[in-house]
Design a protein around this ligand. Structure first.
Ligand SMILES: CC(=O)N[C@H]1[C@@H](OP(=O)(O)OP(=O)(O)OC[C@H]2O[C@@H](n3ccc(=O)[nH]c3=O)[C@H](O)[C@@H]2O)O[C@H](CO)[C@@H](O)[C@@H]1O[C@H](C)C(=O)N[C@@H](C)C(=O)N[C@H](CCC(=O)O)C(=O)O
Ligand SMILES: Nc1ncnc2c1ncn2[C@@H]1O[C@H](COP(=O)(O)OP(=O)(O)OP(=O)(O)O)[C@@H](O)[C@H]1O
Ligand SMILES: N[C@H](CCC[C@H](N)C(=O)O)C(=O)O
Ligand SMILES: [Mg+2]
Length: 491
């Protein structure tokens, strides 16, 4: 593809020098430039790509897209906003790949990763070749690709979609974070179905107010299905029990399908039974009912399964196929994941890192536990500080014993993060153990048979970020180690 064809995706741009070189790749990281690349200069939070333009040219860049003046020998294309331009240019370069397969996007504070995995299984049960993009990884069929963000920036997205297209993916599912929507990472991506899980507090460092946060998530619905073709409809799948859905309904032109437990909805769960084996419930959908017996614990997972059912249903998967797929899911890594042991202790690793998810997981554990519930909770550094006291309150209120520890302190002093947590519970009893490994060992050592230990916050993560250092750390491994020590070698 030549430069002018790539640039056809951008209106009114200015090119400072003539030239129409052949383009081999588009990059926004100058370290990845090869001969024939276009380099897009992005001013980020820590690095300004404009400062690397010259080096990019030395490495083989044949054109630069920039917001401000750069002095290089190759054509420079000036645009007002390079991040915005990147989404259009990437979609053009990769040939608008999302138009080639069915794409389901999921937004919401909690439950995106869980629901996306449920949907992946539903699509597979329907015989589809699947793609998945989210917090844990990107997947094309069975191949997994590492990822840094829940929703990568537009260039990585379009490149991945293009790989999916080449791998003959027929249906894909992805988590769409509020950061991504606000920054336009999914501009150039065509969704057929958009799913909303729920809206509770998180990310107020980035969005500032809950209203702004809600609006950012709403962009997924607002950008969906303005022209709804009868043969290729678009659907907004909304949670009837969450008030934000009313706003999203008003924002979208797509067909709306609701799911829920309490309020009137198109897809509704009834007769819910929560047991130590999982959940059992009946789903009523337009035209019938199915009974589901799932290994996933907790009422919140009934919501995730309803959302997944609805997404499958509007994607024309048979209800019985959806039911079987849901029943076959044994669990999602790091989400209510049990660490097996012979000490009759329920050791649960869970990714709850918001006040609402912590309440949910503890409320789920409580009735399933004969003895005491011990929780280990911490809060990430360089992230929403206002959720810290609320998470501490959830821990003290819904567990019998709370241990506050470090999550990923990142650039903050771990003690300052813990102090923010403590400020939320001036009159409660809790223990502070800054070192996460020590905290896990202490909880498991203290736990008696019949007790539950909930290790919250890091779920599937296999690292801990302290300062700029990334150490190997896995709550599940550490819990196993602690259990082994307690047993004198036998977990
Ligand atoms: C705060 C934030 O959103 N940061 C994102 C941002 O990083 P940044 O602005 O610091 O980037 P930067 O390092 O300054 O680099 C700027 C540009 O220079 C380029 N560069 C950089 C270095 C270099 O030597 N040469 C070079 O060319 C980079 O490729 C980039 O294009 O751009 C990066 C590349 O796209 C992202 O990976 C990074 O996400 C970081 C890891 C992050 O933690 N983001 C969080 C806040 C986030 O986005 N979370 C959401 C929601 C999570 C959820 O709720 O599930 C998510 O979708 O992940
Ligand atoms: N529907 C739900 N409602 C409330 N809490 C939930 C729900 N589903 C999961 N959770 C809780 O939230 C945690 C994170 O779940 P999950 O990873 O599926 O969410 P996510 O939206 O992908 O999170 P992230 O934004 O970090 O990617 C779980 O470990 C569980 O404690
Ligand atoms: N997607 C979430 C992950 C939080 C995980 C938690 N372990 C932390 O580091 O705060 C976020 O970016 O807020
Ligand atoms: Mg996720």
């Amino acid at each position: 593809m030549d430069l002018s064809t790539v640039l056809a995706a951008l209106p009114f741009y200015q090119q400072d020098k003539d030239g129409n070189p052949a383009i081999t790749s588009i990059e926004n990281d100058h370290r990845l430039i090869q001969e024939g690349s276009i380099f897009i200069c992005i001013k980020g939070f820590t690095f300004d790509g404009h400062n690397a333009a010259e080096e990019a040219v030395q490495r083989g860049a044949v054109a630069i897209i920039a917001e401000r003046q750069v002095n290089v020998s190759v054509p420079v294309i000036y645009v007002p906003d390079t991040k915005r331009a990147m989404a259009h240019v990437a979609a053009q370069f990769y040939g608008y790949p999302t138009e080639s397969f069915h794409l389901i996007g999921i937004t919401g504070t909690n439950g995106k990763t869980t629901t996306s995995h449920l949907i992946e299984q539903i699509l597979r049960a329907n015989g589809e070749t699947t793609g998945l993009i989210g917090t844990m990884y990107m997947k094309i069929g069975d191949e997994t690709i590492e990822t840094k963000n829940t929703t990568p920036e537009s260039l990585t997205l379009q490149k991945t979609f293009s790989k999916m297209k080449r791998a003959h993916v027929t249906s894909a599912v992805m988590e769409v974070s509020s950061h991504a929507l606000q920054e336009g990472r999914t501009n150039g991506t065509a969704f057929n179905v958009a799913v909303f899980t729920n809206l509770t507090q998180d990310h107020l460092d980035f969005h500032k107010t809950m209203e702004e946060y809600r609006t950012a998530k709403g962009l997924l619905f607002a950008r969906l299905g303005n022209v709804v073709h009868a043969d290729k409809p678009a659907f907004a799948v909304l949670n009837a029990d969450d008030t934000a859905s009313t706003v999203y309904k008003s924002m979208t032109a797509a067909h709306v399908v609701t799911y829920g437990i309490d309020n009137k909805s198109d897809i509704k769960a009834e007769n819910i039974r929560l047991t130590s084996e999982g959940t059992a419930f009946t789903i009523h959908y337009p035209g019938g009912t199915v009974d589901v017996q799932s290994k996933l614990a907790g009422r919140f997972n009934v919501y995730n399964m309803l959302a997944a059912f609805a997404a499958g249903f509007v994607s024309e998967v048979q209800p019985e196929t959806i039911q079987k797929a849901l029943e076959n899911v044994a669990g999602i890594a790091g989400r209510f994941e049990l660490v097996p042991n012979s000490q009759n202790k329920s050791v649960i690793v869970d990714y709850a890192h918001t006040p609402d998810s912590l309440v949910n997981v503890l409320q789920t554990v409580r009735p399933l536990t004969k003895g005491r519930v011990i929780v280990i909770a911490g809060c990430g550094g360089d992230r929403d500080k206002t959720k810290r006291p609320l998470m501490a309150q959830a821990a003290c209120r819904y567990a019998d014993e709370a241990i506050f520890t470090s999550d990923n302190p990142r650039g903050e002093d771990p003690k300052a993060i813990l102090a923010d947590m403590e400020a939320g519970v001036p009159n409660e009893r809790y223990t502070v153990i800054e070192d996460r490994k020590e905290a896990i060992f202490k909880a498991i050592e203290t736990a008696q048979p019949g007790d539950a230990v909930v290790i919250a916050g890091k779920g599937h993560e296999t690292y801990q970020i302290i300062g700029k250092d990334v150490f190997h750390f896995d709550d599940r491994e550490t819990a196993k180690e602690a259990l082994l020590q307690k047993e004198g070698g036998q977990a």
